[in-house]
Design a protein around this ligand. Structure first.
Ligand SMILES: NC(=O)C1=CN([C@@H]2O[C@H](COP(=O)(O)OP(=O)(O)OC[C@H]3O[C@@H](n4cnc5c(N)ncnc54)[C@H](O)[C@@H]3O)[C@@H](O)[C@H]2O)C=CC1
Ligand SMILES: CC(C)CCC[C@@H](C)[C@H]1CC[C@H]2C3=C(CC[C@]12C)[C@@]1(C)CCC(=O)C[C@@H]1CC3
Length: 366
């Protein structure tokens, strides 16, 4: 299972490990990796950190959103194995963080990209001789819309996932973890982040600000004491890189999922208020009962579904968002601390400050 390539000829340190009685050549400085979904929010932050750490990176994405020295772009759909294979050439480590946007309700797209596409990613990795695959999963794979407090990785997968996104993230995670095969020298691990935020996030802050600008961020859903994990993007990146570098045949992390959080659960509405106030908007003040808002959101969602052939409208308060905004859902990252020495590198306070600063165009009055 040799991975010696031309590039490895310049390797400073090559050593041989014996695994399953077969020599496995490990090039310590074979720092060439691929990021599938590398044009996205998390993907780009991951690419930047990998470059800082001396990796050269091949990005595969359906779109190209930037250019950087040290990065080779391959544009294509991950459901197309022939398009994907060239991006994995001479690569020993792959990060898979591509997904359709969670807010979409296109079931067929989620199934084809997250399930069928992930099967193709696994096949392509094996065919290309990739040794390690790190999947970006989601802590939501265990969330059913009811409270989770300090949830550990041994919680069962959601039996009734809250949407197609979550349903297909569950199948995706199972596929990747089941593909872990030490005998064949193909190692996998899944990172489960929650509520990623930070500069260039296309979702959380922009949706929040848009809702505030339309005068709809006046209400707190429920009593406002529910705790949630919001994770600064650099901590999520740190978790991915640690996992990749610790992923070895003798490591306990093979074939397992890991929660990566800021380890500072925060009241959902305090977090929203801090971001809003930081950008010059008023914090929500009036309380509405959770059951009432959830019922209304469900009704609106059904109405939007029925009327779709005639008019198209997208409600801001979807049942999924109401569930996320009105319940406790925070997770323990103890396993990541123990097995890979994970510790958040940026505090929540610092993360929020850096995020707010990075959105001058979203400030009140801008
Ligand atoms: N944003 C969040 O709060 C959380 C995100 N995640 C996961 O993190 C990962 C990254 O998410 P974000 O960076 O927030 O999303 P993003 O939408 O910014 O990035 C996803 C990237 O995947 C690419 N992509 C989508 N379909 C593709 C296809 N068929 N072929 C090739 N590329 C394709 C998109 O073009 C995009 O660049 C996703 O797997 C998501 O499920 C998990 C937990 C929380
Ligand atoms: C209108 C307001 C009540 C809410 C605005 C903020 C929301 C857009 C975000 C709050 C929690 C976020 C979240 C995700 C997306 C953005 C939020 C709903 C995810 C669904 C993204 C994908 C995941 O894997 C889980 C995330 C949970 C938290």
């Amino acid at each position: 299972n040799s991975v010696l390539t031309l590039q490895d000829a310049v390797v400073l340190l090559v050593y041989t490990e014996y695994f399953d009685n077969r020599p496995l050549l490990v090039a310590q400085s074979n720092k060439r990796c691929a990021v599938i979904g590398g044009s996205g929010f998390l993907g780009r932050h991951l690419v930047e950190k990998l470059l800082d750490r001396g990796y050269s990176v091949s990005v595969f994405d359906i779109r190209q959103s930037y250019e950087l020295p040290g990065v080779t772009f391959h544009q294509g759909d991950l459901c197309d194995k022939q398009a994907l294979l060239p991006a994995l050439k001479d690569v020993s480590l792959v990060f898979h963080c591509a997904s359709p946007a969670p807010g979409s309700d296109n079931r067929a797209l989620f199934e084809s990209v997250n399930i069928q596409g992930t099967r193709i990613v696994i096949q392509a990795c094996i065919e290309a001789g990739v040794q390690k695959l790190v999947l970006t999963s989601s802590a939501s794979v265990v969330f059913e819309g009811t409270d989770i407090k300090n949830g550990r990785e041994d919680l069962p997968y959601a039996k009734k996932p809250i949407d197609y996104y979550t349903q297909t993230k569950i199948e995706q995670e199972k596929l990747v973890l089941e593909a872990c095969d030490k005998e064949k020298g193909f190692l996998t691990v899944a990172i489960r982040p929650h509520g990623i935020f930070g500069p260039r996030d296309p979702q959380l802050v922009p949706i929040l600000v848009d809702t505030a600008r339309r005068g709809k961020m006046k209400f707190i859903i429920g009593d406002g004491t529910n705790l949630v994990d919001f994770t600064f993007v650099e901590n999520v990146v740190h978790g991915h890189i640690l996992a990749a570098e610790r992923l070895r045949p003798d490591s306990p992390i093979c074939g397992k999922p890991y929660h990566i959080t800021n380890d500072e659960p925060v009241r959902f509405w305090d977090f929203m208020s801090e971001v809003l106030v930081g950008l010059g908007y008023a914090a929500p003040r009036y309380h509405l009962p959770y059951a009432l808002v959830y019922g209304l959101a469900l009704l609106l969602w059904l109405l939007a579904l029925i009327l779709r052939p005639l008019v198209s409208f997208k409600p801001t308060f979807t049942p999924m968002r109401v569930a996320l905004a009105g319940t406790h859902h925070y997770y323990s990252c103890e396993r990541a601390k123990q097995d890979m020495g994970y510790k958040p590198v940026v505090s929540l306070k610092e993360g929020i400050a850096r995020t707010v600063q990075s959105y001058p165009h979203l400030k009140q009055g801008a």
